[in-house]
Design a binder for this molecule. Sequence first.
Ligand code: NAP
Length: 248
Amino acid sequence: MDLSGKVAVVTGGSRGIGKAVCLRLASLGATVIINYVSRSDAADAVAKEVEGAGGKAGVYRFNVADSAAVTEAFKSILADHGRIDILVNNAGITRDGLFMKMKESDWDDVLNVNLKGAYNCIKAVNRPMMKQRSGSIISITSVIGFAGNAGQANYSAAKAGLIGLTRSLAKELASRNITVNGVAPGYIDTDMTRDLPDAVKDIILNEIPMKTMGSPEDIAGAVAFLASDDARYITGQFIHVNGGMYMG
Ligand code: NAP
């Protein structure tokens, strides 16, 4: 796979899955735009790693949930890099809890970052990609968006929303040569899952036929494929990367 000459924006590219995606896309020749919201040290370290390996990177801080900030940031990215070929909607948060006790702010925060964030970023690349008559939009959803999970109604709703958004946009944008797909990770070893109590981890591992968590690199491989010309005729689809725990 060769992504030379392409510019990829990865939201939440500073840690976990996003970081692995940045490193993989850069290793295939893409210029990667690493977005973060709070930890500039982590984002700068990813850029250094990309550049150390001979790749090209840029770091942009913006909150994906803030539509004005996203509009401004994408204007700057386009001014600085001339085009955007690949958008990876990866930034995400959890605020878990049983629905009965779930605060409205926990619902709003998760929907605003995980779903509205993708809306904001897709809005910002929609017109430039249509003008280019090419583009690849890949959203990181979750096994939870397909299967549901007690204690994650907000997260599951946001990720299921991403699935519907992806399918609808795939239909709207296909004639402009823009593909819209998703990757649905199962349980992946990142900061998001690291603090789960051991008892919960054991229950999760029991549900995974491969009996192990995935790595961020497992997700990066699927994203790279969907961003590549090898996937040019694939749109509105989801790659499940979950060790067999859910077969969609
Ligand atoms: P993570 O390790 O917690 O990293 C989250 C990343 O998102 C960080 O780079 C963070 O930036 C960024 N971020 C958070 N809120 C943001 C915002 N409002 N605006 C911009 N960036 C923001 O998470 P992860 O496990 O890699 O998860 C990445 C994606 O995969 C998420 O969408 C998650 O829902 C999904 N996913 C993960 C798993 C899993 O098992 N880990 C499973 C299924 C799906 P800062 O460092 O600046 O905070």
